[in-house]
Design a protein around this ligand. Structure first.
Ligand code: NAD
Length: 489
């Protein structure tokens, strides 16, 4: 059980952070943040405007030469200190994360520690932002490259991973000498506000990091139209991502886009059914299925499909639904009421077209308040159901069978999304064939949690442009300048 004291959230900071100062938004507007477990307001935060975004960009522009000239080893030491502070304050950060977003506290702590690891990894990697020397075709020339930070970057992220999605942008950008303006989802700003409080302690130059809550389209218009902003790194839906691509043409604004997914899971007949069912259920219902790389379409080989289905239903029934602050809970509430409506619509569409619901299938009636949905397993699923074509973002597990490896690869690839795919097998040849044949940016083989700071993360096809994490995730904050030097022979 959770104590009632844990239900209230003391927030030291709730304002915008611009130019090294905590301020109200220009028009004094505020927004209540709601706990999805209780539907109660837990904090009131400042809600800025386009002109606040302009001030933040101007502050970031002023800070740029100072931060850029700060030696990379000094920048790295500050980022490493941020990582240390996050680890020391994991409970402080994770409690806010659970209360604003709904995920169980263990998952929130995991997200916090992974965010700290991201700051630490980029602190180290920026020291290796090497250029090249290039053999010239004339004896009197010397060719080499210089890596140059892109400049002021906007970091825009959604509500499902409020800390790590900002960490994946801020850590590489700051590490290579860019300055930043962060815009989290205004519905989940609390853990990031706490992180900014901690970041204040490392004394970055005023203006090098800024934080805004506010209306998404208005703030984005400022990022897009203001020439100070050289790059926008956006995580969110493919629909909004496409709009940003269209709008970026005017100034050739640099974009990194981490967008939606619809991940297939292919289960081979050689697996230990019980253990892969357990792993599948953990992967599927993590954060209620509200994960961009969430497994969303399960293809089990026909020889084991019946056993796999039964084992998944059994595992799903064991999951404990409730307030994420309760240590016994494995699934918290969904993020908002709209998500419950969308999940209902997906399930109803599937069952009306012949799917069978083996467990779950509706809103939970265990709770008086909160956005709870029963974890759901569906079978007899067909390709005309919306769950197979649209990104579900829901605690619903559709399981189908297949008999032929080429046929299942074709089915898995038959989507405009290309973010993540999963393969469960002990057959090395099959694993290679899948890694080579599947058109997805991340392929988890016997691994349903495949993201790591040192490994590239991003989408093929309409799931995005660019990569986060890893060397590639640092490169997108650097431009390459070629220098050609003619010498006297
Ligand atoms: P969304 O696109 O509606 O919103 C994402 C962010 O952009 C939010 O902060 C939102 O306030 C803002 N936004 C919304 N409309 C905007 C507009 N017109 N102009 C500018 N900004 C706007 O996405 P969502 O539903 O909040 O988030 C879920 C989506 O994010 C899913 O599609 C999920 O797959 C995707 N996602 C992708 C990754 C990844 O790394 N690829 C990670 C997490 C989530």
């Amino acid at each position: 059980m959770i104590s009632t004291q844990a239900e209230s959230l003391e927030m030291a900071r709730t304002q915008l952070y611009i130019d090294g100062v905590w301020v109200d938004g220009q028009n004094g507007a505020t927004l209540e943040v709601i706990n999805p477990a209780t539907e109660e307001p837990i904090a009131t935060v400042a809600y800025g405007t386009g002109s606040d975004a302009r001030h933040a960009l101007e502050a970031a522009q002023r800070a740029l030469p100072v931060w850029q000239k700060t030696n990379v080893y000094e920048r790295a030491a500050k980022l490493k200190k941020i990582a240390d502070l996050m680890r020391e304050n994991v409970d402080y950060l994770a409690t806010a994360l659970t209360m604003e977003q709904g995920k169980p506290l263990a998952e929130a702590k995991g997200e916090t520690m992974a965010s700290a690891a991201t700051f630490e990894w980029f602190a180290e990697e920026a020291k290796r932002a090497y250029g090249r020397t290039i053999p010239a075709s004339a004896n009197n020339k010397r060719l080499f490259t210089v890596r140059h930070p892109v400049g002021v970057c906007a970091a825009v992220s959604p509500w499902n991973f409020p800390l790590i999605l900002q960490a994946r942008k801020l850590a590489p950008a700051l590490a290579v000498g860019c300055t930043t303006v962060s815009r989290p989802s205004s519905q989940t700003p609390l853990s990031l506000l706490r992180l900014f409080e901690l970041m204040e302690q490392v004394e970055l130059p005023a203006g090098s990091i800024n934080l805004l809550m506010g209306p998404p389209a208005e703030l984005m218009t400022e990022f897009m139209e203001n020439r100070i902003c050289r790059k926008i790194s956006f995580t969110g839906s493919t629909e909004v991502g496409k709009e940003l691509v269209r709008n970026s043409a005017q100034q050739m604004k640099r974009l990194s886009l981490e967008l939606g997914g619809h991940a297939p899971v292919i289960i081979f007949p050689d697996v230990d059914v019980e253990s892969v069912a357990k792993a599948s259920v953990i992967g599927k219902f993590r954060n209620n299925g509200q994960v961009c790389i969430c497994p969303t379409r399960f293809y089990a080989h026909k020889d084991i499909e019946k056993d796999y289905l039964e084992a998944c239903v059994e595992e799903t029934k064991k999951l404990v639904l409730g307030n994420g602050l309760d240590p016994d809970v494995n699934i918290g509430p969904m993020f908002e009421n709209r998500a419950l409506d969308k999940t209902d619509a997906i399930v109803q569409d599937a069952t009306s077209k012949g799917a069978q619901c083996l467990t779950g299938g509706g809103r939970s009636n265990q709770f008086e308040r909160g956005y709870y949905y029963e974890p759901t397993v569906l079978t007899s699923v067909s390709s005309d159901m919306s769950i197979m074509t649209e990104e579900p973002f829901a605690p619903v597990m559709p399981i189908m069978d297949y008999s032929d490896i080429d046929e299942v690869i074709a089915k898995a690839n038959d989507t405009e999304f290309g973010l993540a795919a999963y393969v469960l097998t002990n057959d090395l040849s099959a694993a290679f064939k899948m890694a080579e044949g599947l058109e997805f940016g991340t392929i988890g083989i016997n691994d349903t949690v495949p993201a790591a700071p040192q490994s590239p993360f991003g989408g093929l096809k309409e799931s995005g442009i660019g990569r986060e994490n890893s060397i590639e995730g640092m490169d997108v904050y650097l431009e390459t300048k070629a220098v050609s030097l003619a010498i006297q022979e």
